[in-house]
Design a protein. Structure first.
Length: 109
């Protein structure tokens, strides 16, 4: 149980750092704003470090797929809610399919 908690906690932290890095990209405005630009590198560095640690305990195909797809789904939702990006049925269905794909990778491995 301890191993299970460790890998999922580190993977979740990596996903959070990746999402924060992507949000900072938005605020960096093409690297024209100093602190958001610095934070892009800090958060992505932490995200990749977390992924490296997770790969000691989890298959790369599963860990990376979850890391990338959960980050993508979260950024899509954040974009619609926080950055007022358009919401459409196609976006909602696509995010749902991403989540189903993640579940499929983990449940049927």
């Amino acid at each position: 149980m301890k191993l299970l908690t460790y890998k999922w906690t580190i993977l979740a932290l990596g996903i959070v750092f990746e999402v924060l890095g992507t949000v900072c990209m938005h605020y960096a405005k093409g690297f024209t704003r100093l602190w958001p630009s610095v934070l892009v590198f800090v958060f992505y560095g932490l995200a990749l470090a977390a992924l490296v640690f997770v790969l000691e305990k989890m298959q790369v195909s599963i860990a990376y797929a979850i890391w990338a797809s959960v980050g993508t789904a979260l950024i899509a939702v954040i974009g619609m809610i926080w950055f007022n990006e358009p919401v459409s049925v196609a976006k909602i269905v696509s995010i749902t399919l991403i989540i189903l794909g993640i579940l499929g990778l983990e449940l049927f491995d």
